[in-house]
Write a protein that binds this ligand. Sequence first.
Ligand code: G6P
Length: 355
Amino acid sequence: EETGKSGYDHYMIKEIHEQPRALRQCLRERVDEMAGTVDLDDLGDLSPTGVQFVACGTSYHAALYGAHLFREAGIPAQAFLASEYATSVPPIGDALVIGVTQSGETADTLSALRAAEKRGARTLVVTNVVGSTAARECDHAFYIRAGPEIGVAASKTFSSQLAALNLLTLGMTQGDDTREVINALRELPGDLQRILDESSAEAVAELYQDAGAYFFIGRGLQFPVALEGALKMKEITYKHAEGFAAGELKHGPLALVTADTPVFAVVIGDDEKARKTVGNVKEVEARDAPVVAITDGQTDVHRYADHVLQIPETHPRAAAVLANAHLQLLSYHTAAKLGRNIDKPRNLAKSVTVE
Ligand code: G6P
């Protein structure tokens, strides 16, 4: 087991550090850099008129991100929690139903995909495991190629899912900024490596390890990052953590914000979305909450933040992966300081095969 960890204390931190390599594997041979195109020939002609995503846990957060990308490309898309989808299947029309599942074995996701198939839908799975049940049962499989993940809490497979969903949308739709996204994806492994080398997330974890609760906020593409930041924190530290859409904070959750609840705000770019999130940050700062900004520094959010976890300026799609890396390190180091069983958190399983 110790050799398997290659000198790291836990599989999870090893897998966090494997992300640059996992991303390179995901992108390899699928991106034609000269032509600025993505090759999805093995999937045939999918050109969907609509997309429904089904997924659980971390994969659901990737699905929310994926649905956002399709909508940006003008294709109606929605992400569903697989357990809810299977309970009440929405009208599918001729939408493509995409399951996102690291293992390809999650019972809720399989059940949702089967329900869709029974209604005549075309199905595709985005998975890490070749030959998994979902890969065998779906019409098409897109492999994220992250390599085996042992830690129960997903880390490298989430960033590879995000990269894979970029490739899928670029290959299936005519986006205006395909070349720009491809360039950002190419730079992602290097940018991610720098964050892993330089992040001050461990120092932030040290400061807030005794906090009563942790809140994460983000807007648009960064909303799934906030949800994933909170899920990781819950899973491996057993602390109360919640992710909120930044704009929703004032509609209830703000009542929970105190000087004992650090708020982690993902603020990328300097468009209207980012500026509105800075407004939300001011609201929590005014209630004495410690603020940690995960930002590329394009707004003045640092003025309201106690700490900044810096990411380089890049495309917002790539920024989501980079911001998430800081949050993975934050949760990991908090859990390590609290002495938690990081690779096998209580009550959780890597793959849940019951509904
Ligand atoms: C379990 C794991 C989570 C994972 C979820 C979905 O609950 O503990 O980390 O996100 O299953 O797994 P999947 O293999 O479908 O991505």
